[in-house]
Each structure stands twice: as structure tokens, then as C-alpha cells.
Design a protein around this ligand. Sequence first.
Ligand code: ADP
Length: 487
Amino acid sequence: MTKAMEMLIGHENCTSRSDRWVEIVNPATESVHASVPHADPQDVAHAVETARHAFDHGPWTKMMPSERGKLLYRLAELIAENTDEIALLDTQDMGKPYVHSRDHDLPTCVEFMLFFAGMCDKVRGSQIPLDPSKHVYTIREPVGVVAGILPWNFPSLLAVQKLAPSLAYGNVIILKPAEQSPRSAIRIGQLALEAGIPPGVVNVVTGYGDTGAELVGNPGVDKVSFTGSTEVGKAIMRSAGDNIQKVTLELGGKTANIICADADMDAALASTVLTSCYNTGQICTTGSRLVLHQNIHDEFVERLKAKLDLLHVGDPMDDDTKLGPLVSRGQFDKVTAYIAIGQQDYEPIVCGTRQSNLKKGYYVNPTMFDNVDPGARIATEEIFGPVLSVINFDDEDEVVRIANQTSYGLATAIWTADLSRAHRLAAQVDSGFVWVNTNNYWVPSIPYEGHRSSGIGADMGIEAVESYTKLKNVIVNLDPTPNPWGG
Ligand code: ADP
């Protein structure tokens, strides 16, 4: 028996007018366990009209910003109170270990809501000093209707990452979660209503990519915030160009995790295990390139293999599991195809401890390829799985070249005891994040921005205000002398 969950438009839980459904496959069992509506163009138009109406005529934009903040605080509380349920939806839909979802993703959702709840009444414009004949000031206004298009790797977390800045700055939002993992976004939308956020401010339409494309193509949408593949990001940017919509894109990555010869090896090892395998390697910032100084290479690889072998691959509901299944058959095929490509030139080092009774599920063990050419496909293309390319380097110039040798520019990690070297390298690598002696550290106050093919604009930090508001300049002439040319 599959469970149907309706999408949310205005205050209504609703199905698609065409009565078409998206079936959700649990990647641990390979069986359909739930379904959501497949929104068609009419449904999308209805959602945009509803959101537009809430923005243009509802109480939301007229409210005191501090009142909006109180509603966001209440939503944070409700998400915290419903952690177990939402975490389970994500685990069932996309296979991440339940303990990771419950103990990391949901608490981070709450942190996001709290951060942006506090931002509601902190947005302000400025006054521009000129001669006494002019009074000039700027106002930051909400953009309007935001479309938040979500991927499946952090379903609830990324729903909140788009929801929180949108609402904090007075916008309304239509979320389009990924077809593989749509249910947590719907549940969070329902909680927004329960928190007292007016109907129409948070809407969730479900469906495949065509639903997302329909939403982005609607001229009633003022801004698109997308997280997903670079290919779809490019398509969204082209489509947004037709309507001159604001766009923020968070796209792929190919993080270089650089370990210098003087690094604290124990700390670097522990962090490498996490960054290469957390979420079964399905993170844009997965440290998929392990760039090792040649003097420590042999010891590091040997010790890493021993650590990776301790990781349990299996049922995401087991507390011991560190790697659940990949999200889908399609992702399994993609990751195993990359392993086959790597195998043409390198011997795979298969690691991990696989639960013995797994009969089904899209499981892949952590897999390393050693001494990989930095230009090889497995070392430059995003795999989005627990597949590690080990690359050697000798000096700083070489490691900078390697770090910048992909089209992506999302993140780099540098492990060294030499502070000056850390800053020298940080200045030269072209990526939105540079972690020094840590990895994958992100909190809501740090803006998340990719360079090159990894994205445009920031969804987090106080910098998010740039992309979630628009600027208005008010120029008041104080000079009573008539001037036909203005000025
Ligand atoms: P992945 O490759 O990681 O599966 P995608 O980039 O294909 O992710 O999809 C991320 C999100 O974008 C999903 O919600 C998907 O339905 C949506 N999507 C796919 N194609 C389009 C498109 N052309 N326009 C808008 N959204 C799309």
C-alpha cells in the first residue's frame, strides 16, 4: 500500500487537476512506497496566481518585520517538534541514514530558521550624501514570488535554505522539491501554515523536471533559486533570461581535499573519511579528489583504507549504518558507470563493510582509485557517490594547478600546520569555500556561493539579502528653483 501525499497551494492540500502522480521509490527496498501529485501547467499557474495574490494583496508584506520574525521562530519550533517525522520522510524517500537526518539535517533546518527569523527586522536601506538640494535614500524591497527548485540530497535542509531567506525578506515562495524526495517539503509547508504564516506565502508543487521548467517559465515568478545539476542550472538560466528573473544557482562541485606533508594526519584522516562518504558521497562539496603530498601518500592511503573498511554500508534505519543506498536506480547506474570508467585505467580499492543480508537496494561501497591523473574523467567530472580519486602532488604550484583543474569552483580543503602556506593556497584556489584544517563546515551565517560552473549568488549569510531583495533609489529634489531639465 503506497501512501499518497497531496501538494500545498494556498491553504489547500490538493492533487493535480490531471490526476497524474509521481511514484516515490524507497532506494533501500527498490519498491514504491508513496506518491505525490505530478503538477501540470494548470496547477503551476494556479500556484503562481495564489502566491502572487498573497504577495500583492495579503497581510504578509504589510506586517511589521518583527511580527514576520515571530512567525519564523514559531516555524523553527514546529520543525524541531516534528524532527522525527520529517527525518523519516527523507530517509524513506532518498536513503540517507535516519540518524544523520534526525541528528544533523533537521537540527540544521532549525538553525537556518532561527538565523533568518532574526534577520527579518535587520534589513535596511541607506542614505546617500549629496549637496543640500537633494535627499537620496535607498530601500530594500522584497523581490516578490520566489521559485525554489530543490534537489534530493538534503531534501528538508535545502527546502528550509530557500524558504528561510525568502520569508525573512518579505517574499512568498513556491517550492518544487525533487521528484525523488518531495514529502518533507510538503510537511514543512503544512507546518508554516500551522505556525500562522498566511496562506499563499508558502506553496509546494510537486512533479518532475517539467513541473520545475513550467514554474521557472512563468512570468509571475520574480526570482528562481535552484540547487541541482549544472546542466539543469544552465537550462534554468536560459529560461530565466526570457523573463529577466533574478537567479541564484547552487550547482555541482569536485572538491580537492589537499593534505600537505606537515598536516595533522589523524585529523586529516578522520575528516577525509567523512567528506568522501557522508550522505554516500551525494553532496556537492564531497571531497572526491584526495590530493596527497607524495611524501605521505603511502601511509595515508593505507590508513585511510583501514578506516573506510570500518564503515557500515546498509539499511539506513540501522543506527550503525554510515552509508545508506544511493538515491535511485539512475544514480546507481551513473556511479557504477564511473567506477567502470576508472577501472579501465586503475585498480579499484573497494572498502567498507557491507551488511550481509542486503537483497535489494542501490548500495555502493566506498571505492578508491589511487595515483589518478588529475585530468582523468573520474578526477574532473562530478560523480556524486562515494568514489575517491587519489592524486599526488609535490609542490605548491602543482597543487594549485590540480585544485583548479576542473570546471567547478565550489570548495577546497587544505590540511597543513603552516599558517602562511594555508593563506597562500587559499588565495590561489578558485572556489567559493576554502576550509583550512576542517571540511564541509557550513552554518547559516556563512554565505554559500560557488565560483565558475558551481553557481551564482548566495542563499545564506547576511549576503543573501542581495539576492532576495531588490533595491529602490528615492531621489528627492529639495531645491524650489524650477529646472525644466530635472536635476
Ligand atoms: P540531479 O541531477 O541531481 O538529479 P537535477 O538537476 O536533475 O538533479 O534536478 C534538480 C531539481 O530540478 C529537481 O527538482 C528537478 O525536478 C528539477 N528540474 C529538472 N529539470 C528542470 C528544468 N528543466 N527546469 C526546472 N527544474 C528542473
